[in-house]
Design a protein around this ligand. Structure first.
Ligand SMILES: C[S@@+](CC[C@H](N)C(=O)[O-])C[C@H]1O[C@@H](n2cnc3c(N)ncnc32)[C@H](O)[C@@H]1O
Length: 216
């Protein structure tokens, strides 16, 4: 008997993705075009990517993560779900160029990034904004998901505790201020964001790229 070959299972799991993928889908399916390309930054385990790509089949979902073990997990989740996704890219947002010239694709319709900017130094937020501006079409959207401070204050005790725990692991990490991220985004050519409240005191911020057309 010939045994069927099974791909090794490199999947990793982040339980929060099971809880927030449905609310994320609801928000993103309203915002994103039916067809087009999304570049996901910091895809992590790949669970969001696989779920969202399965539920929005008209979109090409390009994943990325600088961690090779996580890129393996992303590919493994896709294989397990029998989903064809482009291979995960090795993107560190702080790099001055995200892709080599031969990989450099057409501008994308959206850049999606969940739960990265507070678990990385501030330079990662700046890198994300400048890279998204380089890769988005005019009118394209940068969608950021995670906890944010508003008006200089935490929006819930649980976010404050999370912020303390992040800062105790790395003093350069921490829950970012919505207004400060917005100020930087404006400098990079984005509009003021649409702010969508999400479960568990998270937000989705949607920054449209490109200048407002006068009179519109
Ligand atoms: C908490 S995980 C979030 C993963 C996934 N987006 C989610 O919501 O489950 C943070 C991710 O940020 C990635 N990351 C950290 N620093 C980064 C950087 N400079 N550029 C790109 N990704 C980074 C990590 O590799 C990790 O996958």
């Amino acid at each position: 008997m010939i045994q069927s070959e099974q791909a090794p299972d490199f999947r990793r799991f982040a339980p929060a993705t099971q809880r927030n993928r449905e609310p994320l889908f609801k928000v993103l399916s309203d915002l994103l075009p039916a067809r087009g390309k999304v570049l996901e930054i910091a895809s992590g385990t790949g669970e969001h990517a696989v779920w969202l790509a399965q539920h929005m089949p008209g979109l090409t979902w390009q994943t990325s993560d600088p961690n090779p073990d996580l890129r393996q997990s992303i590919a493994s989740h896709a294989a397990h779900a029998k989903l064809t996704l482009p291979l995960p890219m090795d993107i560190d947002v702080t790099a001055s160029r995200w892709m080599s010239p031969d990989e450099s694709p057409e501008p994308v319709d959206a850049v999606f990034c969940a739960n990265m900017i507070h678990i990385a130094p501030w330079a990662a937020t700046l890198g994300l904004l400048s890279g998204a501006a380089r890769h988005l079409k005019p009118g394209g959207k940068l969608c950021l998901y995670g906890p944010f401070k508003r008006g200089g204050a935490h929006t819930a005790p649980s976010n404050e505790a999370f912020d303390h725990s992040l800062r105790s692991q790395n003093s350069d990490w921490g829950v970012r201020e919505l207004e400060v991220v917005t100020e930087e985004a404006l400098k990079h050519g984005f509009q003021t964001p649409e702010i969508i409240e999400m479960p568990s005191n998270n937000l989705t911020l949607v920054f449209e790229y490109g200048a407002l057309v006068e009179g519109s």
